[in-house]
Design a protein around this ligand. Sequence first.
Ligand code: C5P
Length: 308
Amino acid sequence: MLSVVPSPVTVRAPSKVNLHLAVGDLRDDGYHELRTVFHALSLSDEVSVARADTLSLRVRGADAAAVPTDAGNLAWRAAALLAERAGRAPEVAITIDKGIPVAGGMAGGSTDAAATLVALDALWGLGLTRDDLDEFAAELGSDVPFCLHGGTAIGTGRGERLVPVLSRGTFHWVLALAKGGLSTPVVFRELDRLRAEGSPPRVGGLDSLLQALAAGDPHALAPLLGNDLQAAALSLEPALRRTLRAGVEAGALAGIVSGSGPTCAFLCADAAAAVTVSAELAGAGVCRTVRVASGPVPGARVVDNSHH
Ligand code: C5P
């Protein structure tokens, strides 16, 4: 049966936080060998694709001005890549509604690319396999495969090789969004510099953290959160120390820099605690704005609007 896919197709694109991020050696290709635990969060973008005469991209939302609307945008590159591989012209209008902070360490650009792959697969009826999508995703960026998968997963290699992690229940988070962004390559380079000069802290093993996730226990998980990039992000943005302290003083179980930062992520005991922490943190004047989120959530998925 041939079904007609309505245009536009809209896909929800989750953000992520790294619960554990161990940065290993710098490789010859300029990437670092990673061992990380990705966790997909409900703070999301929405990506819509509609048939059009030519490839175009527009971005809506508070941070829209900071987002490129050409081949500098990973969603644009995703559309171009998929069209090339499918042997067709990229005649599609892409609209991104940004809810995820730009250059915030939450995979905002990567998840828009993952969502674009999923949306165009549906719009063009390509019938791509999971493996096809994974391969395109890994070509686009290290975090893009996880944004397709969602949930909670261990990432190795550049971060693109994934193994799902058993996680019980829902964890509740408060996110402190910073005024500016941080460039991921700059943060990795800062870590290399700090390591050449001394020995910034390194995260430990993974076993206890995986146990806390399986048990769904935020109190057990909190002290095990860790991110090797945090020292580099704090070195570039010393004010983040105050933000991290303020979240814990507001009642969070723990706070970490999300990925390469500068967003700070605070794990809370439950949903009610997250609301309290977010209100206190918003009043403390240590960040641009505050969001409540929960995880894990699924990866990039078509939004079912058949009921509207
Ligand atoms: O893969 P992606 O293009 O998102 O990575 C952006 C940059 O982050 C890379 O160019 C590299 O500088 C840094 N990076 C890294 N090691 C990784 C992932 C990213 O050094 N595993």
